[in-house]
Design a protein around this ligand. Structure first.
Ligand code: GDP
Ligand code: MG
Length: 476
């Protein structure tokens, strides 16, 4: 099936991650932005991070939808009411886009989106710093406190932020809830005016705009953020992010019904998956040792390469090394699952896009995926299988052994997830798939595992991504 078949009759598509995030949403948001007239995000804030390539240059955006690079082509980009927005960060990202020679004429920001202010960030940082390993995790950008204020009915929305008197009066009512901070209302209001005046040109009733777009037959892409398993509604609470990262969340957050979504797509890393930050991860290679290790500083990409004697070129995010280095291949074949995990992290380059921190690695968990498919729908996009080319046998988890016997039911609580033992099926390794463009040309063991995955989860794999580039994509 080609992409035209997949998109035949589709007006609204939605893309979310079916795991713990970082599955390649950036690539597919860009892929489907080309098709869409309107690209809308409705959850999270600048705690997200997706990599977009503009004029051959890699850029990481945290707030703006990936479709912003198509503004010059008349495509509208919307930051919906379910988001929390830091005006300073938004303004910076707007400048970054303008610097590339692109436009932001069709950008819209919901008047009802909640605004992140200085005291949210301070509160978040204080909590972040007081957390040792094992905390619920936070990016320290004010997201959590801002959503807390929203739910506690004292949040400040974009239309209120724009008016300095309303803003001052709203902050005076919030102040008492931040007893550890000396909130200087005048200073916050004064310092925020340049951002308010800039953003005022973009603030709209985006709910009404969305309804108009739908009536006009415009094609809409809903862009998810983070991952289903850290959704506040469905994830491994309390190790979650404060928004709903499910397909439903993407619709709610932009003021439309999820019934309007014709093409819900869930991205799945396969045959290995990753998690950032603390929290249960049943299939993790190296278990608790890996969780602790990845939570400490000092294991960033460069450090991990040095520690394992693998030569590399260039500093920071431009580090280049041979992901087929004999030492990496040897680690992946180790008997010690922790070492195996380190090898797979190096082979797949699984380090945070902004922090460089190591991501925890484990085999794809079909039990968790079945749960995700039940809510996000059956259509899946598999990514990063190319990173496991020529790496030997691989595994997929199809059940948990628990103290009360085997189960294939996912539960979100930590005690349960930490008590289970994954039941994995082992498959024969496969060779290079980077150049494959037809599903039937994929190696037999990979097709067999995909078939098992579909049968077990009730899902359908619609696309397989075999590289970071746009054309490295198989459409089934
Ligand atoms: P996101 O947070 O879901 O957008 O994902 P990230 O951008 O944090 O991480 C995904 C990384 O993998 C990005 O650097 C992508 O360019 C890259 N990527 C996406 N899909 C594939 C794939 O199928 N194969 C390979 N090798 N890389 C991919
Ligand atoms: Mg990411």
């Amino acid at each position: 099936m080609g992409i035209d078949n997949l998109l035949d009759g589709v007006q609204v598509a939605s893309i979310v991650c079916n795991q713990w995030g970082d599955t390649g949403k950036g690539k597919f948001s860009d892929y489907f932005s080309e098709w869409a007239d309107v690209i809308a995000r409705g959850t999270g804030g600048n705690n997200a991070g997706h990599t977009v390539v503009v004029n051959g240059e890699k850029r990481v955006f945290h707030l703006l939808p990936a479709g912003i690079v198509y503004d010059s082509d008349g495509k509208s980009n919307i930051l919906g009411k379910g988001m929390v927005i830091d005006p300073k960060v938004l303004s910076q990202e707007m400048d970054e886009i303008l610097d590339t020679g692109k436009t932001i004429n069709n950008l819209m920001v919901s008047r009802d989106a909640h605004v992140i202010l200085d005291y949210h960030i301070k509160q978040d940082k204080a909590r972040y710093e007081s957390q040792s390993n094992g905390g619920v995790g936070s990016t320290g950008r004010g997201i959590g406190p801002c959503y807390s204020d929203k739910i506690s009915r004292r949040g400040i929305r974009m239309f209120e932020f724009l008016d300095k008197d309303i803003l001052a009066s709203k902050i005076s009512k919030v102040k008492d809830f931040y007893p550890n901070q000396k909130i200087d209302i005048e200073k916050i209001v004064e310092e925020s005016r340049p951002f308010a005046s800039r953003l005022s040109h973009f603030v709209r009733n985006t709910d009404a705009e969305m309804q108009n777009f739908l009536r006009e037959g415009k094609k809409v892409l809903l862009e998810g953020a983070q991952g289903f398993l850290i959704s506040v509604e469905h994830g491994t609470y309390p190790y979650v992010t404060p928004s709903d990262c499910s397909i439903n969340g993407t619709a709610n957050g932009v003021g439309i019904s999820s019934r309007r979504i014709d093409l819900p797509l869930g991205i799945v890393k396969f045959p290995f998956m990753t998690r950032v930050g603390g929290g249960p991860f049943p299939t993790e290679l190296g278990g608790i040792k890996s969780e602790k290790y990845c939570g400490e500083s000092g294991h960033e990409l460069q450090k991990e390469l040095e520690a394992n004697g693998i030569n590399f070129m260039g500093p920071g995010e431009w580090i280049k090394y041979d992901s087929f280095h004999p030492r990496i291949l040897k680690m992946i074949k180790s008997e010690d699952s922790f070492v195996r995990g380190v090898g797979m992290r190096l082979a797949a380059g699984e380090y945070g896009a902004t922090t460089g921190r190591p991501r925890r690695i484990g085999w794809t968990d079909a039990v968790a995926l079945k749960y995700a498919v039940g809510i996000n729908g059956p259509l899946m996009i598999l990514t990063k299988a190319d990173c496991y080319s020529d790496k030997g046998d691989f595994e997929v988890c199809y059940g948990y052994d628990t103290p009360n016997g085997p189960t294939s039911e996912f539960r979100t609580d930590e005690d349960f997830l930490r008590s289970v033992k994954p039941q994995n099926k082992v498959y024969e390794g496969y060779g290079n798939i980077g150049d494959v463009r037809n599903f039937n040309d994929l190696p037999k063991s990979l097709r067999e595992s995909i078939g098992d995955l579909e049968k077990f989860t009730g899902g359908n794999v619609a696309m397989v991504s075999v590289g970071a580039e746009r054309d490295a994509t198989i459409i089934r």
